[in-house]
Design a protein around this ligand. Structure first.
Ligand code: T3D
Length: 266
C-alpha cells in the first residue's frame, strides 16, 4: 500500500515493517483511554492493515505505562455523548468485530494496565503477551457498568466460568503472572523484552502462508461456539480451501527441497 493511501491518524501510530503492522494507541497521558478519535483511528488502522496485502500480522500495543484504560470517562460527561447502547453498537462492537474478523492474526503486546473496554480490546487479540507490570482490570463495576465489547463472551471462554465470574463481578484485578497462570496471556516478559517478543511472534505468523493463517484464525474462533462434529466439518472445508492454494504447493516443494518456503499469499 502506498503511503498516500494510509489514513492520517491523530490518536495512534500505524507502522508497517517486515510484513507486520504495529498499531500503538497514543494517548499516554490519559492511559490511552478511548475517545471518539481513538476509536475512529483504530477502526481505520484495522481497515488499512486489512487492505495492505504486504501485512501478514498485526501488533496492538499502547504507548506509555498503560495498554488502554477503556472508555475515556471525561468524554462520557460531554453533553452530546451518545447513549451507551448507541456507543456500543456504533463504535465498540464494530471495533472488536473488526479485530476478530481481520484475516491477519493480531498479537496484543499488553504493556501495562488494560481496563474496561481496554481489557476487551486485549481479549479480542488472537495472541496476548504481557509485560511483567501489566494487569487486567475489569473496571466496569467501579463505574456502575457491565462488561461489554465482547468481554462476557470471550472471558469465560478464555479463563473458564469461575474466574470470569470473579473478575466480572468482584472486579478483581489480574496481574500479568496470574494472567499467565489462568491462560489469559501466553507469555510474560520484562518490559524491555515485550516488543521484541511481540515482533518475534508476529514474524513467525508472518512467515506462514497467509491464507492458512487467516483460515486457522477463523477455525479457532469458530470452534469456540461449535460442536465437535461441526468443527470437524469446518476444518475439512477450510483445509480444502488451503489445499488449493499455490502456497500449499510451495510449502510441500520447499519441504522436499529442504529450503524455507516463499509464501506469496496466492
Ligand atoms: O461509551 C461508553 O462508555 C461505553 C462503555 C465502555 C466501557 C468502559 O470502558 S467503562 C470503563 C472505563 N474505564 C475505567 O473505569 C478505568 C478508569 N481508570 C482507572 O481505573 C485507573 O486510571 C487505572 C486503574 C486504569 C490506572 O490507575 P492509576 O492510579 O495507575 O492511574 P490514574 O492516576 O488513575 O490515571 C492517570 C491519568 O489517566 C489520570 O489523568 P490525570 O489526573 O493525570 O490528568 C486519569 O484521569 C487518566 N485516566 C485513566 N483512565 C481514564 C483516564 N481518563 C479518562 N478516561 C479513563 N478511562
Amino acid at each position: 500500500m502506498s503511503a498516500a493511501a494510509t489514513p492520517a491518524f491523530t490518536a495512534l501510530r500505524f507502522d508497517v515493517a517486515n510484513r507486520v503492522a504495529t498499531i500503538t494507541l497514543a494517548r499516554p497521558d490519559a492511559l490511552n483511554a478511548l475517545t471518539l478519535a481513538l476509536k475512529r483511528d483504530l477502526l481505520a488502522a484495522l481497515a488499512a492493515a486489512r487492505r495492505d496485502r504486504t501485512v501478514r500480522a498485526v501488533i496492538l500495543t499502547g504507548e506509555g505505562r498503560a495498554f488502554c484504560a477503556g472508555q475515556d470517562l471525561r468524554e462520557r460527561l460531554e453533553p452530546d455523548a451518545a447513549p451507551l447502547e448507541v456507543e456500543l453498537r456504533e463504535r465498540y462492537n464494530p471495533l472488536v468485530s473488526a479485530m476478530r474478523g481481520l484475516p491477519q492474526p493480531i498479537v496484543g503486546a499488553i504493556n501495562g494496565v488494560a481496563a474496561g473496554a481496554g481489557a476487551s480490546l486485549a481479549l479480542a487479540c488472537d495472541v496476548r503477551v504481557a509485560a511483567e507490570g501489566a494487569s487486567f482490570a475489569r473496571a466496569f463495576g467501579r463505574v456502575g457498568l457491565v462488561p461489554d465489547s465482547g468481554a462476557t463472551w470471550l472471558l469465560p471462554r478464555l479463563v473458564g466460568a469461575a474466574r470470569a465470574a470473579e473478575m466480572a463481578l468482584a472486579s478483581t484485578t489480574v496481574s500479568a503472572d496470574e494472567a499467565l497462570r489462568i491462560g489469559l496471556v501466553s507469555r510474560v516478559v520484562t518490559g524491555d523484552d515485550l516488543m521484541p517478543t511481540a515482533r518475534e511472534l508476529a514474524a513467525r505468523i508472518a512467515a506462514g502462508a497467509p491464507t492458512a493463517m487467516a483460515l486457522t484464525k477463523r477455525a479457532l474462533h469458530r470452534s469456540l461456539d461449535a460442536t465437535w462434529s461441526q468443527t470437524l466439518e469446518y476444518e475439512a472445508d477450510l483445509q480444502g480451501v488451503a489445499g488449493r492454494t499455490a502456497d500449499h504447493a510451495e510449502g510441500v516443494r520447499a519441504f522436499l527441497e529442504k529450503r524455507a518456503p516463499d509464501f506469496t499469499g496466492e
